[in-house]
Write a new protein. Structure first.
Length: 182
């Protein structure tokens, strides 16, 4: 097997990670005694990054807008197939309602949802055209419009579910506190 000479001339960034762990033992005749150091085990992980391939991927790769349209379409199809609802309409409603609720300030999961469901206007022209409806939902959500009225084909609001869950949780906590007080 021969090695291509090109691989030896490519720009690379190499580094070595080393994980070291001590090997100790406790004397069998006195288990309360301090462990005795017997040696070390080292694991070495060399990593080489081919910089030309990385730069090519960054420069020629897909944009966030390109990825978003794929995610939105995939989730929309899954909602339609699994639950028999208009998946695209429900995603549009969610994006619209998301603008009215600052869930990114509540939890890390809220931040992730906000990043994923905030359309970004970058990418190739075809995907930007496909993202227009999602960007319109985002703009609509920033106004006083009623997202449920605009996106009537989706009669389900994720945020109503969260509000109902919060109410049930509050009732449960109140009942638990009353039991503890009595």
């Amino acid at each position: 097997m021969s090695v291509s000479p090109f691989i030896l001339t490519r720009p690379t960034y190499s580094f070595i990670n080393t994980l070291v762990n001590s090997v100790t033992s406790i004397p069998a005749d006195n288990p309360d005694e301090e462990p005795v150091l017997r040696g070390f085990v080292s694991f070495v992980f060399p990593i080489t990054i081919l910089l030309d391939a990385l730069i090519e991927e960054i420069e020629g790769g897909r944009s966030m807008g390109d990825e978003q349209i794929g995610v939105y379409q995939s989730i929309g199809q899954r909602l339609s197939l699994d639950y028999g609802i208009d998946g695209k309409e429900c995603i549009l409603r969610f994006i619209c309602e998301l603008q009215k609720r600052p869930i990114s300030k509540w939890t890390v999961f809220g931040q992730l949802l906000t990043v994923l469901f905030t359309p970004i206007s970058e990418g190739n022209r075809e995907n930007l055209d496909m993202l227009k409806a999602y960007m319109a939902a985002q703009t609509l959500g920033s106004t006083d419009a009623d997202c449920g009225s605009v996106y009537r084909k989706c009669d389900f609001s994720v945020f109503h579910y969260f509000e109902a869950l919060q109410n049930v949780t509050s009732l449960f906590q109140s009942a638990t506190k009353e039991e503890e007080d009595s």
